[in-house]
Design a protein around this ligand. Structure first.
Ligand code: S3P
Length: 173
C-alpha cells in the first residue's frame, strides 16, 4: 500500500506510459497529469514543433517547469516524457511527487512500437534505430536509479500493465 501517494510513470518512448495511465485512471479513478501536454499547452505548440522551432534545451526547461507546477490535490497519476530523468533536479521532484514506476520494453518491442517514429523528434535522424538504441543505452542507468519499481511491458497489453501496477502497489479507488 502506498499510503495514497501519487504514481509517477517514467520510461523510454514507446513503453506505453500515456496509454497505461489512461487505463490506470479508469481503474483507480485518479486524475492524470501529463507533462508533454502541459508543455504543449503552455507554449501553445505541439511537442515536435517545440523541438524543431525552439530546440531541445528549451523543451527540457519547460519540462522542469511543468514538473514544478504539478500540485496534486490528492493521489494522481503523473506521466512524464522519456527524457524527464535527464536532469537530476527533475528526478528529485519526481520522487517527491510519488512512487516512481518505470515502464520498460525489450528492443524488439520498442522497435515495433516506435515505427514509424513520426511524432518523436529525437528519432528524426537518418537511422532512427541507431538513434533509439543509443538513447536507450545512455538512459537505462538513469531510469533504474530513479525508479522505485521497474515493470517490463514487452508481453503485456496497456490494460495488463495498469492492472499489474495496481496490484503491485495495492492501489485502491
Ligand atoms: C522525449 C520523449 C517524448 C517527449 C519528447 C522527448 C524523450 O515523450 O517528451 O519528444 O526525450 O525521450 P514520450 O516518452 O511520451 O514519447
Amino acid at each position: 500500500m502506498v499510503g495514497g501517494r501519487s504514481i509517477v510513470l517514467i520510461g523510454f518512448m514507446g513503453t506505453g506510459k500515456s496509454t497505461v495511465a489512461r487505463h490506470l485512471e479508469k481503474l483507480v479513478g485518479w486524475p492524470v497529469f501529463e507533462t508533454d501536454d502541459m508543455i504543449a499547452e503552455a507554449l501553445r505548440l505541439p511537442v515536435p514543433d517545440i523541438f524543431s522551432g525552439l530546440g531541445e534545451e528549451r523543451f527540457r526547461t519547460e519540462e522542469t517547469l511543468a514538473l514544478e507546477r504539478i500540485e496534486p490535490v490528492g493521489p494522481s497519476i503523473i506521466v512524464t516524457g522519456g527524457g524527464a530523468i535527464l536532469r537530476p533536479q527533475n528526478v528529485v521532484r519526481l520522487r517527491e511527487l510519488g512512487i516512481v514506476v518505470c515502464l520498460t520494453a525489450d528492443l524488439a518491442t520498442l522497435r515495433e512500437r516506435l515505427s514509424p517514429a513520426a511524432n518523436r523528434p529525437l528519432l528524426q535522424s537518418e537511422n532512427p534505430q541507431d538513434a533509439m538504441e543509443r538513447l536507450l543505452r545512455e538512459r537505462e542507468p538513469l531510469y533504474e536509479a530513479a525508479a522505485d519499481l521497474m515493470l517490463d511491458t514487452s508481453s503485456l497489453t496497456p490494460l495488463q500493465t495498469a492492472q499489474s501496477i495496481r496490484e503491485s502497489l495495492a492501489l485502491t479507488a
